[in-house]
Design a protein around this ligand. Sequence first.
Ligand code: M6R
Length: 612
Amino acid sequence: MCGIVGYVGEKNAQDFLISGLKRLEYRGYDSAGIVTIKDAGGEKGEATLIRAKGKISNLEEKLAKNKREDKIGIGHTRWATHGEPSETNAHPHQAGYIYLVHNGIIENYKELKEHLTEHEFKSETDSEVLAALINSFYKDGKYSLTDAVVQALKLAKGTYGIAAVSVLNPAEIVVARSGSPLVIGVGHDETLIASDASALVGHTKRAIYLNDGEVATVTRNSIEIKTLNAEPVSAKVEEIETNLAAIQKGGYEHFLLKEIMEQPNSLAETLRGRVNVAEGSVRLGGPGLTETELRNIRHLLIVGCGTAYHAGLLAGYYIEQFTPEITVETVIASEYRYRQAYIPRDSVALIVSQSGETADTLACLREIKKQGIRTIGIVNAIGSTIAREVDGGTYVHVGPEISVASTKAFTSQAIAMVMFGLTIAQAKGVKSSILRPYVNEIAKLPEAISATLKEVEEPVKEIAAKYCKYEHAIYLGRDTAYPTAMEGALKLKEISYVDANAYAFGELKHGPLALVDDRFFELALVPKGELYDKVVSNIQEVLARGGHIVAVTNNLGFDLDVENVVKITTNIEIFAPILMNLVSQLFAYYMTTAKGLNVDQPRNLAKSVTVE
Ligand code: M6R
């Protein structure tokens, strides 16, 4: 979603702003802009505002004709909410002396706008309203920029991460947040601002994560933070763990392929120090629950969006298999936040999010906490809002996930949640003969993922190329392969724009079977196990109606006359769906490259959905 960068220091601000915005490109955007201010020594600095619709390369073209040596500036990538993607709607927005970049949504912008009659509005955005509001307090010199920002934010309703500069003081940037992340990078004789720490990597390792309700005034060598109620805040400087290699393509053509191929390592990172094969047990320190608290859990509520939701569904199927007297409910955050759902007292909620910033998931977390329910984060982004607000948590440690389509996070989220389920089962005294097979397979998974990726990549590439003319797809699975099919269909639709939907095999006869014709192909997940014969019968029913089936199976004896089969030969059985999902990921990737589409930044989408 939208991205913010800012710079004040001794170096060229334009250079940092452009490189920072490029780092944030992966989040999804449709226009971009920067403003820098030259300290001309007089009463007022000279501002250079450059904005462009479309890619940052368009902005760079304009910049080439407007090179400046200015030492302060702010920049933005915009993902349109109010008003179409256009140069005029792009940020920074100017109002009088000030320039503003804003992430989030000002909900009462219409009402505020009615009172801002002195400002001549140029854009259709809510952000320009906020800029005009700040300037209305600032323009007469009664308030400093910081105090003007505070006054304006007290009137604004909604979510924001903002950075503002003034031509009257080209030495400071004022930033504030409520519901939209902001990080301050602490450098030597320079201070950097970003909505995502990845923009700071390579510039500084020291960062301050602003909390909701805080406003900071930064210069090149000072950072002063206070709350909107003027209480001083003593900033905690944290270390940025990400390195440059983690945010580069490392020889791959696309981040998506890199991230798919990283899964043996990324899952190994999730498991590091947490699995004891000799004892057949797992240990998670982060959740911070005592043995008694774990034993008393009767209900697990799992909350997430998109891929995180699918990972939760999948984990739920597993946890129910080995944990007695427990119910698992996995919910979509955007729905759950408005439901009047009763949460039993003996519940624990798992809050699942790669970015740790998803607005709906965050809203659920806050709501669930209000009800006094213990919350545990299953989060990737270290220091993210969800990670900081949960009562305890397990980082999945997969490293930065840049491609909009989530891949390595899914695998690790699902397994991390299964491990949390195992810690509950252990505390409840479930026999080790029941739990050991899960623990053993989890420990073997990184290697099995590596072997499977090598085994299936070429065949999947060939098959995907054959199916890239289709506009409709049905993904099918049963039991643990059903949420896996849902995740596969999401991957295909979001990057290749194929209308892909998943159904439980058993539901076919209740409606979706009517769809089967030559416009559709079906991707069937067929793991060995109790339901194998039933799935084979379901496939026969689709074949009998002229289905175009690609089967993915770990049953080497699978001999149905389907159009294509992808076989997985590792000896992983319980977690075979995790391996089958690799096939779906590669299938989506190769179908998308065959169609020549933008793999890493699919249209209309953003990596981190920080608005509702
Ligand atoms: O950062 P989060 O895990 O909270 O994101 C949740 C979804 O927005 C995300 O998984 C989305 O569905 C992906 N684009 C799917 O590939």
